[in-house]
Write a protein that binds this ligand. Structure first.
Ligand SMILES: Cc1cc2nc3c(=O)[nH]c(=O)nc-3n(C[C@H](O)[C@H](O)[C@H](O)COP(=O)(O)O)c2cc1C
Length: 340
């Protein structure tokens, strides 16, 4: 758990190739694989079977290399890779990560080696593991999304997550995710150029998320993922400077969980697409809330920075929770909320 009192700026944490690859000092031991149980942990996300519902969130797991020293990546249901762009990007200037009460602000700005380097150098590494690979993409123009979808489909990723919700880039990014007609245009182009399922990642920085969800569903998306980070800001009261070099950034971590649960619930009530729920998941109960709200699977992001084993603990905790509730399959949690 993040320390409430700690307000210092953190150096860059593990982000794709920028990760330092060092084991953090304070980590709890790797959980043992759960005992063979009758509970079926598999879930279906837009026709793709995940062996369990726990995925790692884009931008918090790089391309898996740094985390492969902690556990076998095949333990995960899926890996959402760091956001890719058509050409390499250096990202934004530092400082670009700052802690907040119960979360972090980041303005990394899609630092990545570009889609071609991913296909040549990172995908073969991930393919050594029995895990579903979800490529996350951002374009400067709708056409760029199309080109990337074509390349990634041909390269054989399992799913494409179309990021129309990055708050940390100037071109494209959030603009596509906050305007239904642009969100629909990007979705159509992505679908037209993909031979694998397309999942569109929605932004929480909107008044009504169902408006965007409906536009994207009508445009042919196969699944939705939500939420991306919430725009936020911190200011150093002595220097009067914003803590982040970009002034603002995206908030993630436990602070955003209730927003994520609410938005997954609203979205699941509005469209009939499978949902990958995320935002502040650090414990099994958090993941179960997102599933009860309507998510078929969940992603763990910021929690990885405090504990690299968090996704495995969430997976095992979910199995235990579902078994205690007498379920025979974890997917029975999906949509099970009983609203007042
Ligand atoms: C450092 C950092 C980098 C991120 N980079 C991406 C990205 O490249 N693409 C993307 O779609 N989301 C990105 N995200 C958003 C996460 O995938 C996730 O939607 C969000 O952090 C909420 O989940 P969490 O609270 O579990 O972290 C990033 C988040 C963080 C903290």
């Amino acid at each position: 758990m993040l320390d409430r009192e700690k307000v210092n700026i953190q150096p860059e944490i593990v982000v794709g190739q920028g990760g330092n690859g060092q084991k953090p000092e304070q980590t709890s031991p790797a959980p043992q694989p759960p005992e063979a149980s009758y509970l079926d942990m598999s879930v279906n996300l837009a026709g793709v079977t995940l062996k369990n519902p726990v995925v790692v969130a884009s931008g918090t797991f790089g391309f898996g290399r740094e985390y492969s020293q902690f556990f076998d990546l095949s333990e995960l249901g899926g890996i959402c890779c760091k956001g890719l762009t058509l050409y390499p990007r250096e990202g934004n200037p530092a400082p670009r990560i700052a802690e907040t009460s119960l979360g972090i602000l980041n303005s990394v700005g899609l630092q990545n080696p570009g889609v071609d380097v991913f296909i040549q150098q990172e995908l073969p590494f991930l393919r050594r593991y029995d895990v579903k690979v979800i490529a996350n993409i951002s374009g400067n123009t709708p056409e760029e999304y199309g080109v990337m979808c074509e390349k990634l489909s041909r390269a054989g990723v399992d799913l494409i997550e179309v990021n129309i919700s990055c708050p940390n880039v100037k071109a494209g990014g959030l603009a596509y995710g906050t305007r239904p007609e642009l969100a629909a245009e990007v979705t159509k182009i992505a679908k037209a150029h993909s031979t694998v399922p397309v999942m569109v990642k929605l932004s929480p920085n909107v008044t009504d998320i169902t408006e965007i969800a409906k536009a994207v569903a009508d445009a042919g998306a196969d699944a939705l993922s939500l939420i991306n980070t919430l725009r936020g800001m911190r200011i150093d009261v002595n220097t009067r400077r914003p803590i982040l070099h970009m002034n603002t950034g995206g908030l993630s971590g436990p602070a955003v969980l209730p927003v994520a649960v609410r938005m997954v619930w609203e979205t699941a009530s509005a469209v009939r697409l499978p949902i990958l729920g995320m935002g502040g998941v650090s414990r099994a109960e958090d993941a179960a809330q997102l599933m009860l709200a309507g998510a078929s699977a969940v992603a763990v992001g910021t929690a990885l920075f405090a504990d690299p084993y968090a996704p495995l603990k969430v997976r095992d905790g979910l199995a235990e929770l579902a078994a205690k509730q007498g379920l025979s399959a974890v997917r029975e949690l999906t949509g099970g909320v009983q609203p007042w």
